[in-house]
Design a protein around this ligand. Structure first.
Ligand SMILES: [Mg+2]
Length: 457
């Protein structure tokens, strides 16, 4: 995955150093020599990650970070603070300013590239999420998405896999303020815990006596349920090659001992955020699909769904030589309800009708809001005689009980007219079938409404 990375440092040689390494990995690099310049670039162009020097004249890195995070337009750009190794207090200030990650000078290649890769993925996910929210604005799921992003801020569930119980407990102490933390010390039990627990991130230590911790990582990547679950490796300072192999296997990030608490928290937070964006994206995708085929007022299927689904039902009935019936229903004098009681009352009636309709058909029947106050029910495996019974039952359930409106403070009498048509064994089509149902409905209206009329074959 490529990304556009902004390198900010007041010393030109430092910029060049990072730029060369990133260009070698085919990243797109832009440079800024001051905080002000960095802010301008972030505002005027698309930046995926900012590598930000802390010590700069005029505006320092903390201030740049604060401004980026305070502006809705730039708040989602991951910021990596590049700090001096001997100044741990910089990390606390960086976290307070909203930094997503840290690198220490001199910047080590493995660290640089694993952080950049991880944050580029995160940025990509959040972009996709917001793009989708923007696209879905008309469908009214934006609010839903935004309320769901609150989920991202709740406590994370973490699993520590470490044979050394004392070390695992110390790690838990570091993490337990912001997270719920479980520990597993038995390598053979680890995979089961991972699969069965609903974790946001798994932290794997390398120091097992006989077990290869990378085996767990590769098993997790092979199983569908844990394929996207973030893994952070905790390694000893001399295990760079093991870390490199881990990153190749799909480990998301790593830390080396001795552990820095702020760094640990920042890394875990980034991975958890990514996992939750991922989850959110998948949820929003299935919701988008559902919204596209559902009528938002009544919760029934919409006409688009009927159109795409009807040909399948039709073909199946023909090939199996099974009956198929269609009810075309229309509310009588619906305009009068709207005009007399207002459109909210009209909506109440439509919703109530959808419920009554739904309660009087089977699971395999397909009920759709066809448009306005017109509804279509498709009844597979149902002949004309049976369909007439169903249609009469629906008509009766509407006419017999008045519909409540204005939050139940008033009610209104409603009737419906129904046109019924059945599949003909020869020379029929979806269009002809619907046309016959439509003509039957017209007759029901013409003959006085509140009745069911069967089509002439
Ligand atoms: Mg500097």
């Amino acid at each position: 995955m490529t990304a556009r990375i902004l390198v900010v440092d007041d010393i030109h040689a430092n910029v060049k150093l990072l730029e060369t390494r990133l260009l070698a990995e085919y990243y797109d690099v832009v440079a800024a020599l001051s905080g002000q310049e960095a802010l301008e670039i972030c505002h005027s162009s698309n930046v995926d990650i900012v590598l930000l020097d802390v010590m700069m004249p005029e505006m320092d890195g903390f201030e740049v970070c604060r401004r980026l995070k305070a502006d809705p337009k730039t708040t989602n750009i991951p910021v990596v603070m590049v700090t001096a190794l001997d100044r741990p207090e910089d990390r606390v200030r960086g976290l307070e300013a909203g930094a997503d990650d840290f690198l220490t000078k001199p910047v080590n290649d493995l660290q640089l590239l694993s952080r950049v890769k991880s944050l580029a993925r995160l940025k990509n996910l959040s972009d996709e999420l917001f793009l989708r929210a923007a696209t879905a604005r008309e469908a009214d799921i934006e609010g839903l998405l935004l309320s769901r992003t609150e989920d991202i801020k709740t406590r994370a569930k973490l699993l520590i896999v470490d044979e050394n119980e004392a070390a695992a407990s110390r790690l838990r102490d570091l993490l337990s303020r912001d997270n719920e933390v479980d520990i597993v010390t038995e390598p053979s039990a680890a995979l089961i815990s991972v699969v069965e627990g609903d974790y946001d991130c798994v932290i794997v230590a390398t120091g097992f006596t006989t077990y290869d911790p990378l085996r767990l990582c590769s098993q997790m990547r092979a199983i569908e349920r844990t394929r996207l679950l973030p893994i952070i490796l905790i390694a000893e300072h001399d295990e760079a090659s093991l870390v490199a192999r881990g990153l190749d296997l799909g480990v998301n990030d790593y830390l080396m001992r001795p552990l820095d608490r702020n760094e640990l928290l920042a890394r875990v937070r980034t991975q958890v955020k990514r996992k939750r964006y991922n989850d959110l994206l998948r949820k929003s995708l299935s919701q988008t699909i559902e919204m596209a085929v559902t009528d938002s007022l009544t919760g029934l299927h919409n006409r688009r769904y009927l159109d795409s689904h009807m040909s399948m039902l039709f073909t199946r009935s023909i090939s199996r030589e099974r009956p198929l019936s269609v009810l075309m229903t229309d509310m009588d004098h619906f305009k009068l309800i709207n005009d007399t009681h207002g459109h909210d009352a009209g909506d109440d009636v439509l919703r109530d009708f959808a419920g009554r309709l739904h309660r009087n058909i089977r699971g395999i029947d397909l009920a759709c809001r066809y448009g306005g106050e017109e509804f279509v029910v498709v009844l597979p495996d149902t002949d004309a005689q049976m369909a007439a019974v169903v249609a009469e039952r629906i008509r009766e359930t509407v006419a017999s009980t008045p519909f409540l409106i204005h939050n139940g403070t008033a009610s209104v009498d409603v009737t419906i007219s129904v046109g019924l048509a059945c599949l003909q064994p020869r020379n029929d089509s979806v269009e002809k079938l619907f046309k016959r149902a439509d003509i039957a409905l017209y007759k029901a209206k013409k003959n006085g409404r509140n009745r069911v009329v069967g089509a002439v074959a």
